[in-house]
Design a binder for this molecule. Structure first.
Ligand code: SAH
Length: 585
C-alpha cells in the first residue's frame, strides 16, 4: 500500500497516544504518528516521513481541539525537547501515564487485566506540576543576529539553542542567576562556547537548589582553565539569596557530555545540603540526586511501605546511588546493604549514612549483576561467610570467635534477606541479577522503575520464578513529560500458599531416626559424595529442620541473644542427601 507520500496533507482524528505521548491517528488503515496532537483532536497534518504501514506527520492545525487540550504555559513547548505533554490537562497526563504502565504490564508482563486492577493503587500526582525540578543545566550559546550570549534549551533533536532563561519546570532563581551570568559575559566580553568550531569559553550552567534547605549551587562548565574577571561574577552571584556554592568545571573535550570530570570551588562550599524525609544529603555538582524532591519523598515512602519493615529486617538496596532509598529503609530496618556501580556515589552514600548517624548500613561498589551472584556463590557454595561480607582484607581484621560467629549469622541473613529493593536505570535489571534474587528468596521484592516496559519484562521473570504481584503504584515525578515512575511489591509465594499438608507428630519415629547414623558417618558421606566439609552444628541444624531430635549440646545458643552461623544452602542440601541415604528422613 503506497497511499501517502511525503508532503501530503490530510485531516485525521487522534485516537490514542504512543508511549512518548505522540498522537496516533488512523487514515485508510494507515497509522499516523503526530507529535503535539492529543487524543480527541481533529487535526490537519502534513506527512513528513512515510513507511509502508505508518507515517510520521507534522501537526499543521488543530481543527477541533480535544476536550483534554489546554493552553500551554510555555511558548517554547513545541520546539523544546523537554515537555511533550504541556497541552494535555494534568489529569489527562496522569491517566495517560497510568494507562501506559497498565498496558506494559499486560502486554510485556503477561499479567491479566483483572490482576492489575486488583493490585494497582491510584497514581500519585503532583499538587503543582510545574517548578518542580531542583536541577537545571542550561547550554550557553551566541545569538546569531545580535551576537549576544544566550542561555536556553536545545530544540528537539538538534543542538540549536532556544533562548529561554525561565523554564516552567524549574525554580524562579534560575532566571535571576542566568541573567547575572549573561550580563557579566557581555560586560567582560566572555565568549560562549561554539560546538561546531570548538571555540569559546562558557558551555553550560548547572544550577541546583535544595528545596528544604533553600541552598543554591551554581557550576559553570568551561572550555578553558580560567575565566576572566571571575571576581565580578562571584560578587554578583553571591547576592542571590540562598547562594552557597559557586564552582567551575573544566570540560575541554569535543563531546556531548555536559560536565567535566573535575570541579573547582570558586566561592563558598563544595556542596549544598538538602533534606529528604528528615535525612540530610550533601549534593555536589556531579552527584546523582532525584530532580523532583517533593515527589521523591512520596515515592520512597511507598517503597518503605511496600517493604513492610518492622525494625528487624535485612534489606538489600540494589542500584542505590547515593543511598537515598537505603537510608529511608535503614530508619525502619535491622540492616541495609546498598550496591551501586559508581564509586563516588558509594562514597557519598557512606558519608550520608555517617552524618545522619546510621550504623546499620553497608555499601558495596560494583555492578548489581556481578556483586550479588559473586556474594551468593561464595556464601552458599563455599560457606565463605567472612570474606564475602567485607572483602578479602577482613581475614586480618577479624579477631575472636564472637565476631566471626556474628558475621556468619549476618551472612546467612544477607543470603536470604527479608527484602530486596531494586531501582535500576531505564534498561532494567540484568538477568544475572534477577536469577540471583530468585535464589536468595527474599520474602518481598520492591521494584522501583523509571521505565515500565523493562519493569514488566523483569516482573515476568520474577513471577515465573515464584513471586506474586501484590501491589503497584505510579508516582508522577516528571509532569509535562511522558515519563513516569512505578513502585511494585512482589511477595514470595510460599509452597504452603499452594498446598497445605498436615503432619501428625506421631507419624514421625524420632528415636529410631536419630539412631541411624552418627555425626561422623554423616560427615564422611557428605565429604565423599559432595566434596563438602560440614560441622556438627550444621548437621544438627539440618536434622532439626527435618524434624529429627538432636542432642542438647549442638545447637542451643549460649545466651538469648548470642547468634550462631546458619548452615549454607548448598551444605544443607548435602546433609539432607546424607540423611536420606541413611534412611533418617
Ligand atoms: N536509588 C537511587 C538511584 C537510582 S538511579 C535514587 O533513588 O536516588 C539508578 C542507579 O543505578 C544510578 O545511580 C546508576 O549509577 C546505578 N547503576 C546503573 N547500572 C548499574 C549496575 N549494573 N549495577 C549497579 N548500579 C547501577
Amino acid at each position: 500500500m503506497d497511499m501517502y507520500k511525503k508532503g501530503d496533507c490530510l485531516t485525521v482524528t487522534i485516537e490514542d497516544l504512543d508511549t512518548d505521548g505522540q498522537g496516533i491517528g488512523k487514515a485508510d488503515g494507515y497509522t499516523l504518528f503526530v507529535k503535539d496532537a492529543l487524543v480527541g483532536d481533529v487535526v490537519k497534518v502534513k506527512i513528513m516521513k512515510a513507511k509502508k504501514n505508518y507515517a510520521f506527520a507534522r501537526l499543521e492545525e488543530v481543527i477541533t481541539p480535544s476536550s483534554y487540550r489546554i493552553e500551554p504555559k510555555c511558548e517554547h513547548h513545541r520546539r523544546c525537547g523537554g515537555c511533550q505533554l504541556q497541552c494535555l490537562s494534568y489529569e489527562a497526563q496522569l491517566a495517560f501515564k497510568e494507562k501506559k504502565v497498565r498496558n506494559n504490564l499486560m502486554r510485556i508482563g503477561g499479567f491479566p487485566e483483572e490482576k492489575i486492577s486488583e493490585v494497582m493503587q491510584p497514581i500519585i500526582g503532583m499538587e503543582v506540576p510545574f517548578y518542580y525540578r531542583n536541577k537545571a543545566q542550561y547550554p550557553i550559546g551566541t545569538d546569531k543576529k545580535t551576537g549576544k550570549p544566550v542561555a536556553g534549551f536545545y530544540a528537539q533533536r538538534t543542538h540549536d539553542i532556544i533562548a529561554n532563561t525561565d523554564c516552567a519546570l524549574g525554580v524562579s532563581e534560575n532566571k535571576i542567576i542566568l541573567e547575572k551570568i549573561l550580563a557579566w559575559m557581555e560586560e567582560c566580553r566572555v565568549s560562549a562556547y561554539d560546538e561546531i568550531t570548538h571555540n569559546g569559553l562558557v558551555r553550560h550552567v548547572l544550577i541546583r537548589k535544595g528545596f528544604v534547605s533553600g541552598e543554591l549551587m551554581v557550576c559553570l562548565v568551561v572550555n578553558g582553565r580560567e575565566l576572566p574577571q571571575i571576581g565580578k561574577l562571584i560578587e554578583s552571584l553571591k547576592e542571590v539569596p540562598g547562594m552557597k556554592s559557586i564552582s567551575l568545571s573544566v570540560n575541554r573535550e569535543n563531546t556531548n557530555v555536559i560536565m567535566g570530570t573535575t570541579i573547582r570551588t570558586l566561592w563558598g562550599n563544595d556542596t549544598i545540603e538538602d533534606t529528604l524525609g528528615g535525612i540530610k544529603f550533601r549534593i555536589s555538582p556531579l552527584s546523582f540526586y532525584q530532580v523532583n524532591p517533593v515527589q521523591t519523598e512520596k515515592l520512597y515512602a511507598k517503597a518503605v511501605e511496600f517493604a513492610g519493615l518492622t525494625g528487624k529486617e535485612t534489606v538489600w538496596d540494589l542500584y542505590c546511588g547515593i543511598g537515598t532509598i537505603s537510608l529511608f529503609m535503614a530508619k525502619n530496618a535491622g540492616k541495609v546493604y546498598g550496591v551501586e556501580i559508581i564509586p563516588e556515589a558509594i562514597e557519598d552514600a557512606k558519608g550520608n549514612a555517617e552524618r545522619n548517624g546510621f550504623t546499620n548500613t553497608e555499601f558495596f561498589v560494583g555492578k548489581a549483576e556481578e556483586v550479588l551472584p559473586k556474594f551468593y556463590e561464595r556464601v552458599s557454595r563455599e560457606g565463605d561467610t567472612k570474606g564475602a561480607l567485607f572483602g578479602e582484607q577482613i581475614e586480618e581484621n577479624v579477631s575472636g570467635s564472637d565476631r566471626s560467629l556474628r558475621d556468619a549469622k549476618q551472612a546467612t541473613d544477607m543470603l536470604h534477606p527479608d527484602v530486596i529493593v531494586v531501582d535500576p536505570p531505564r534498561k532494567g535489571c540484568d538477568v544475572q541479577c534477577l536469577d540471583t534474587m530468585l535464589k536468595m528468596q527474599p520474602k518481598r521484592i520492591v521494584y522501583v522503575s523509571c521505565d515500565s516496559a523493562t519493569l514488566a519484562r523483569d516482573l515476568k521473570i520474577l513471577c515465573e520464578g515464584g513471586y506474586e504481584l501484590k501491589k503497584a503504584v505510579c508516582v508522577d515525578m516528571f509532569g509535562q513529560t511522558g515519563h513516569v515512575e512505578t513502585v511494585v511489591l512482589l511477595s514470595q509465594q510460599k509452597p504452603d500458599d499452594v498446598i497445605e499438608v498436615e503432619i501428625e507428630l506421631d507419624e514421625l519415629d524420632l528415636t529410631s531416626a536419630e539412631s541411624k547414623a552418627t555425626y561422623a558417618e554423616i560427615k564422611d558421606y557428605v565429604l565423599k559424595e559432595h566434596g563438602l566439609k560440614v560441622s556438627n552444628l550444621y548437621i544438627s541444624q539440618v536434622k532439626r529442620k527435618c524434624g529429627i531430635e538432636v542432642g542438647e549440646n549442638y545447637n542451643l545458643p549460649k545466651s538469648e541473644d548470642s547468634r550462631q552461623p546458619q548452615c549454607p544452602e548448598e551444605k544443607e542440601k548435602a546433609i539432607k542427601d546424607a540423611l536420606e541415604h541413611f534412611g533418617m528422613v
